[in-house]
Design a protein around this ligand. Structure first.
Ligand code: UDP
Ligand code: MG
Length: 321
């Protein structure tokens, strides 16, 4: 059994070596055949130098995919999957928040359960700020109500899966990628396993609250057209309300004899309708933008350089990517 580890790195110069050494120590007695695919996602620190040091000393096969710029973790994971050719593939962060010991647990679950295709680690207790946890839980509730596919709250990209799952993910070539959604969409039997997230070894997370909100909204529009339908629902409600108001005003005029109220009503109605229309345009715009970018059909990532400690054969040659 060969294990491929897909390891995205963005400014992880202080972490990658410790990450690899820990993995080698933990995997050593158990796993003979493994490959580490490090994707250097446009880091501006010394990550690449450290990766070259790892490549020179590693016991396992090491592949370094060096991006031409920062394309984001989603693109890095996609690239890593293209270079992975193990029977099992595991996606793992390189900051040691996700422990190699957990990878062994996932591997043994797959070994012992032939009917599981994927093992996904999820956090039972999130260690983040209460507000962030609340927002994340709300996001999962919302997206689960809107989408046909199921999203497991707390499940990250930290997963180990068999080859058919890897191939299915690679067959999803959309330019705006939302891996949590893609994992659900491709299906397969997934076992969810609780795990504890450790502290970051060094450095800081690259996710700000603003980035998370953008990512969450992007995820929603990537997997459901429900926001477009909301526009229609709001439109119908407004139409009904305005008809009702028209009837009230006409009745007031002809039965009770009250004069039709003045400009205040007009301003309020204009603002209301204008606001609703802008929201609808916004929803429309975010889908249009996705179609626009997909229409360009640009590659999801660009490799500047590829290096491996493995001997190139026709089977593992990736020069065409
Ligand atoms: N990462 C990446 N490209 C990016 C941002 C992050 O490859 O643009 C990598 C990063 O090096 C790490 C993983 O993705 O291995 C998770 O990132 P981070 O630790 O910042 O996120 P968090 O664990 O806080 O969710
Ligand atoms: Mg992290």
């Amino acid at each position: 059994m060969k294990l491929s580890l897909v390891c995205p790195c963005y400014n992880e110069g202080d972490n990658v070596e410790k990450f690899y050494d820990t993995c080698e120590k933990v995997f050593g007695p158990v796993i003979n055949d493994a490959e580490f695919i490090f994707i250097n996602d446009g880091s501006f620190d010394n990550t690449l130098e450290k990766l070259n040091i790892i490549l020179a000393k590693a016991k396992y096969v090491v592949k370094i995919v060096n991006f031409s710029r920062n394309f984001g973790k989603e693109a890095a994971m996609y690239a890593g999957l293209q270079y992975a050719d193990g029977d099992y593939t595991c996606i793992i962060d390189t900051d040691l928040q996700q422990r190699p010991e957990t990878v062994l647990q996932m591997v043994s679950i797959l070994d012992n359960n032939a009917d599981y295709d994927c093992v996904a680690a999820y956090q039972e207790n999130r260690k983040e700020h209460k507000l962030v946890v609340k927002c994340k839980n709300m996001f999962y509730k919302l997206i689960n109500q809107m989408c046909d596919v199921d999203f497991k709250s707390g499940a990250s990209d930290f997963r180990t899966f068999r080859k058919p799952v890897r191939n299915a993910i690679l067959s999803c070539k959309e330019s705006y990628r939302f891996m949590k959604g893609i994992f659900s969409w491709v299906g397969f039997k997934t076992h969810y396993m609780p795990y504890e997230v450790s502290e970051r070894n060094a450095g800081e997370t690259s996710w700000s609250f603003q980035k998370l909100v953008k990512y969450a909204l992007g995820g929603i529009t990537a997997f459901t057209a429900f926001p477009l339908q909301i526009s229609t629902i709001i439109g119908v409600v407004c139409l009904l309300l305005s008809l009702l108001y028209l009837i009230v005003v006409v009745l007031q005029k002809f039965i009770i004899g009250i004069a039709i109220p003045g400009y205040a009503v007009v301003v309020v109605l204009m603002l209301l309708i204008g606001g609703i229309q802008l929201i609808c345009f916004g929803a429309l715009g975010s889908y249009l933008a996705k179609v626009y970018f997909q229409g360009k059909n640009r590659p999801i990532f660009i490799v500047k350089e590829y290096k491996t400690s493995e001997k190139e054969t026709d089977d593992n040659y990736h020069g065409h990517i």
